[in-house]
Ligand binder design. Sequence first.
Ligand SMILES: Cc1cc2nc3c(=O)[nH]c(=O)nc-3n(C[C@H](O)[C@H](O)[C@H](O)COP(=O)(O)OP(=O)(O)OC[C@H]3O[C@@H](n4cnc5c(N)ncnc54)[C@H](O)[C@@H]3O)c2cc1C
Length: 422
Amino acid sequence: MDGIGIVGGGIAGLHLALFLQKNSVPVTVYAERKPDEVRNARLLNTAAHWSNTRARERELNVNFWDDVHTPTRCFHFYVGLPKPLWFRGDHEQPGICIDQRVILPRLLEEFESRGGNAVYGQVQATDLDGLSEKHDLIVVSSGRGSLTEIFPRIPEFSPYTRPQRLITTGLYDGIRYTDPPGVIFGASPGHGEIFVLPYYTLDGPVATLFFEAVPGGGLEHLMQVRYDDDPKRFEATMLQALKDHFPVVLDYVDKAKFKVHRPLDILQGSIIPTVRRAYARLANGRYVMAIGDVHVVNDPLLGQGSNAASHAAFVMGNAILEDGLTYDERFCRQTEAKMWAFVSDVTEWNNYMMQVPLPMNAVQMLLVASQVKPVADAFATNFAAPRGNWNVLATPERTAAFLHKLGIEPPVLAPAEPAGAG
Ligand SMILES: Cc1cc2nc3c(=O)[nH]c(=O)nc-3n(C[C@H](O)[C@H](O)[C@H](O)COP(=O)(O)OP(=O)(O)OC[C@H]3O[C@@H](n4cnc5c(N)ncnc54)[C@H](O)[C@@H]3O)c2cc1C
């Protein structure tokens, strides 16, 4: 048997491959695309890596961009209430925002240059039986594509059957970074959110405008505008959306220089948040496991998917090192439980914050955070430790107890005040 086979060359698959390689476990990566094909592809996502993932990148010795790009030290939060909130929360440890078309090809090349075996081409579901007989274990990390179908959806953990946001994200020239450098995370109650990320691409620094539109809200039309049909109209529509919903962002835009960085730097679509069983039994009786988006895919509202995928890779890697006797149902169940222990907090927090209107206790937390800097700092820092945020938001009682501990009375919201930041 030929060690571990990993299907997919995203963050989940490559962090697992590098982890196993570092620990001398034989591993083969089945990657759909060669490094240069990924470099030349359409924008894959606009993901940020928080400090938890950066620590894992250091552990794998793949923190190649620490000295070439501005780390993000904080969130600049904007909430478009009648009296808008505009405040800062500092991260304890900085994050970094790098195009995955920069990261993934480099990781794959690094894996190969360290002696790793990569096989290129798309794996079909019908190939899995054969691959499972070649390897001790097949781990599927192929993201949101068709291989997800073999892992059953778990309805009780997947409350939505439709997308809750419509995504329009892109890379733009002519947007100045904030000082201190950080991510602008804005909410326009009832309409949607925006992430403005200081992004590093193959051409150097740019910025993202990543809109999350509530279906039926005032940002929904962004999804219908196509850059390829009329670039100028597309760019003008994005600027108008900033003016109408996130006016603070306009302070960072130089309208004379504002434009989409390259035509391939736009991504539009939507995601149905879904939790799947992390293992499946093949026709030949062998088990395959799922990590990353195949196992749990969330809407990118709270910027957690890559970070959770990297976490899952390490959980899977450690499970292989610690057990690894045989990859039976017991191994699968136990490893799934370890992955779920982390990603359940991410999923529940993410699904909670996507509600429209936003639950009252979350609005109260934002109001307090806008006035009490340590609360804003903790909220920002806990993007790298999601349980910390979910622990205080999961129920109104938890939020009240958290505020009580700090000697703060939960703010009373006026009935006319829109109780929604989403
Ligand atoms: C707009 C947007 C913004 C986001 N922002 C954030 C953020 O700020 N922070 C964050 O942490 N996450 C964010 N995410 C989520 C994050 O991008 C994903 O959760 C993460 O990329 C999942 O990693 P993965 O390795 O599981 O899957 P993927 O990144 O999808 O990788 C899957 C890989 O498998 C390959 N593959 C697919 N099918 C096959 C096949 N049949 N055979 C072989 N290979 C195959 C694909 O080519 C790909 O390389 C965002 C996502 C989007 C869309």
